[in-house]
Design a protein around this ligand. Structure first.
Ligand code: FES
Ligand SMILES: [Fe+2]
Length: 447
């Protein structure tokens, strides 16, 4: 038992030290931080006023993921992105140029496009004003009646665009700082396992009956694993998870999730553990060679599988990167997982302008044939509110896990309206990422 206040030593560093490969310095770097122990006021989640502050000060000024590049693979493909009551259109203007505009006509403000589609130009349905894909004006219907537009370009206003990992980000603020500064060292962490090399194999969304932060915070720590996901405890060193904070906008958790983690699994021989860990996964148990561990064998099996699909080897990636649960976070709502342990990305945001309802999205990223152009992303599927995640076959073993997390989200949202407690009591270390991003929200609100 650790003494209070002393961090329980994370195990990821020990596994990296004995790994069959060396991870990059950026990936291996452990950070030290102290985010304090203050309680987090409950009204940050429950109050309409706090939501309004976020909508006024944060969402209009922050870099946020708007879509995946392969949602719009062809020139002329567009997709809308909605945050609060605002809508933006993201469009591929040239093979390697993506632009974004407010989704509004410059005449009387009609929304220009819905959902997603393909167009040669944006023609407003109300009176037919039309813009080229690059935002330049093509036509004002009966322009003789608009003398005030003479000599004016009347372009659609550019919204700032940033790109990373195959994802497209926008910042609604024309004066925003650069996207590269905002994401900091995140690209360096993913340099050896680029998300650009994947395809979007599944993209699902579901309405969550809670504030967006409550939904997201169900996924920001491994502290909940034992009570919430008891099926995981025998193979997950969840209690020795490492948490890192990299600058203002990036954090990470790293849980060794393929390892004998209890007395009963530690007592197993390597082959017995291999058989045990394969149960219920639908995979054939691996027959270990003399002296081989299950981690080594499973990591190599995954390297071989990915290399076969990609047509390019990934011999450089460590066992940790092939196996474990390494979840990054980019403020305010984008969570890309690293490597091949859990190849997923989450995004959380308010459902429209509601403080009591949010949208959770899950992308599953699969390896792709790198000799071919990236394929179009799997289209977004909305999961029904009244159906468990487990009913979606594509989510496989993640479905039942998300259902367990979902119950927490529903329960927290109810409990936050019943509690007599003015604040949430967060762990100093294991829940520091939650404090960290709340401080960033305050930075925006107080700027
Ligand atoms: S509102 Fe768009 S053309 Fe009139
Ligand atoms: Fe969970």
């Amino acid at each position: 038992m650790s003494e209070t206040g002393k961090i329980k030593e994370p195990t990821i560093g020990q596994w990296l030290a004995q790994d069959s490969r060396k991870a990059s310095d950026a990936f291996a770097r452990r950070t030290e931080f102290d985010m304090g122990t203050d309680d987090l006021p409950t009204e940050r989640f429950t109050s309409r006023e706090f939501h309004d502050l976020e909508m006024k000060h944060m969402w209009p000024r922050v870099w946020q993921m708007a879509c995946h590049e392969m949602d719009i693979p062809e020139v002329g493909d567009y997709i809308t992105y909605e945050i609060g009551s605002r809508s933006f259109v993201i469009v591929r203007v040239q093979e390697d140029e993506i632009k974004a505009y407010p989704n509004a006509c410059l005449h009387r403000g009609m929304q220009l496009v819905d959902d997603q589609g393909h167009a040669a130009a944006f023609a407003c349905r109300f009176h037919g004003w039309t813009w080229n894909l690059d935002g330049s004006l093509r036509r004002i219907t009966e322009r003789w009646d608009f003398p005030q537009t003479q000599g004016k370009k009347m372009c659609l206003p550019d919204v700032k665009v940033g790109r990373w990992g195959g994802f497209v980000f926008i910042n609604p603020d024309p004066d925003a700082g650069s996207f590269e500064d905002f994401i900091g060292e995140l690209p360096e962490h993913f340099r050896t396992a680029p998300l650009e090399d994947r395809r979007i194999a599944l993209h699902v969304a579901r309405i969550m009956p809670a504030n967006w932060k409550v939904a997201m915070e169900a996924f920001l720590e491994s502290y909940h694993v034992s009570p919430t996901h008891p099926q995981s405890v025998t193979v997950s060193e969840y209690a020795e998870t490492q948490y890192d904070i990299y600058g203002d906008n990036v954090s990470r958790l790293a849980t060794v999730s393929v390892a004998p983690a209890t007395a009963s699994t530690k007592a197993l021989s390597p082959q017995e553990f291999a058989d045990y860990a394969s149960r219920g996964t639908g995979r054939e148990p691996i027959q270990l060679a003399e002296g081989e561990t299950y981690r080594e064998a499973l990591a190599q099996q995954r390297r071989d599988m990915v290399a076969k699909v990609q047509g390019k080897p990934i011999d450089h990636l460590s066992d940790v990167e092939m196996l474990d649960a390494i979840e990054y976070y980019l403020f305010p709502n984008f969570l890309p997982w690293h490597g091949f342990g859990l190849p997923i990305v989450y995004r959380f945001r308010p459902n429209g302008d509601r403080h009591d309802s949010s949208i959770m999205e899950v992308y599953l990223l699969a390896p792709r044939d790198l000799s071919q152009p990236a394929p179009k992303a799997s289209p977004l599927e909305w999961l029904p509110d009244d159906r468990p995640f487990a009913e979606h076959a594509g989510l496989d073993r993640l479905g039942p896990i998300f259902d367990q997390d979902y119950e927490n989200i529903v329960g927290v949202w109810k409990g936050l309206h019943s509690t007599y407690s003015p604040g949430l009591v967060l762990g100093h270390y294991q829940e520091a990422r939650i404090r960290h991003y709340h401080k960033r929200i305050d930075d925006f609100i107080n700027a």
